[in-house]
Design a protein around this ligand. Structure first.
Ligand code: NAP
Length: 284
């Protein structure tokens, strides 16, 4: 579909965060707008910590239609929106804001639902789940898993026990667990940064991996984390972290424009952008 050239009626969405210069969001969202032929464009604004309220007011006065929120503003924006969806309220964290034509604001959190959608791409139906890690991303995933009918049990393993307890409480069937829970599980999800960049190590003992234990890793740099490579070696189905990123963006677009885009163009754009930024970083 042909996208109209930028004009006086072009609509604008954006991301606020700090830092945002390496964000994949502009590439992903602009690819979706282009593929759908929508007269929308997406920008990134670096907003320093403490600047969320001023940024929201600026978006309002400039007539920006919606924006994504990343670190460190997710909690502050959750306090500022006029209306908040149940998942975002449970988490106390908003990653998507819709600025309505009547001037009111609506906040949502699409991370957890985006993760669940990425499982569906790989035909993984979560039933007995082990989640490693209990930080911000884990909390959104735990909340979303609790909303999935298929999910019967979710064990949370984290190096800090108190954090694991608080995160597990967000999920309908969540509880604190340990490595032995992997024996009866059909899905393992790594939500820790272990495996990110050049970091060595595994979030679990890989002797527990089996062909019938699907493995998802939300780290997407690299795409093939050491955990996913080890899981594939024993014949397990794997789900990489780019799926979550892309699907949460599709859900954001649906909130802003009313239509959910196909995920494929967003994924291609994210992969191309990752490749370009990795090439730029490498010595010539
Ligand atoms: P976070 O809030 O800082 O939480 C990190 C969690 O990992 C905590 O539970 C922490 O344990 C645990 N952890 C950190 N380092 C560890 C280590 N060396 N050994 C054991 N446990 C460790 O971070 P987050 O925002 O949830 O992000 C986590 C990862 O997910 C990052 O790599 C991020 O890039 C990725 N992510 C991906 C997506 C996506 O769309 N694919 C979205 C969001 C985040 P303690 O509680 O003990 O500190």
């Amino acid at each position: 579909m042909t996208q109209p050239a930028i004009s006086g009626s072009t609509r604008v969405a954006a991301v606020i965060g700090s830092p945002v210069s390496h964000s994949l969001s502009p590439a992903i969202h602009n690819a979706a707008f282009a593929a759908s032929g929508l007269d929308w464009r997406f920008l990134a604004f670096d907003v320093a910590p403490g600047g969320a309220a001023a940024a929201l007011a600026a978006m309002r006065s400039l007539g920006i239609d919606g924006f994504a929120v990343t670190m460190p503003h997710k909690e502050a924006i959750a306090e500022l929106v006029d209306e908040i969806e149940p998942a975002a309220a449970a988490l106390g964290s908003v990653n998507t804001v819709v600025l309505r034509s009547d001037g009111s604001t609506f906040g949502a959190s699409t991370d957890g639902a985006g993760f669940v959608a990425s499982l569906a791409d790989a035909a993984v139906v979560p039933r007995r789940v082990v989640v490693v890690g209990a930080g911000g991303a884990a909390r959104s995933i735990l909340d979303a898993l609790g909303r999935c009918e298929s999910v019967e049990d979710v064990a949370v393993i984290n190096r800090t026990a108190a954090t694991a307890e608080r995160a597990a409480a967000l999920c309908r069937v969540g509880r604190v667990g340990d490595q032995t829970d992997l024996d009866g599980a059909d899905l393992l999800i790594n939500t820790t940064p272990i495996g990110m960049g050049a970091s060595a190590g595994m979030p679990i003992d890989i002797a527990s991996l089996r062909a019938d234990l699907a493995v998802a890793d939300i780290v997407y740099h690299p795409l093939d984390t050491p955990l996913l490579l080890a899981a594939r070696q024993v014949g397990a189905v794997t789900v990489d972290g780019l799926g979550m990123l892309v699907h949460q963006a599709c859900l954001q677009q649906e909130l802003w424009t009313g239509a959910r885009p196909a995920a494929e163009p967003l994924r291609r754009a994210a992969e191309a952008e990752r490749f370009a930024s990795e090439s730029n970083r490498s010595p010539r």
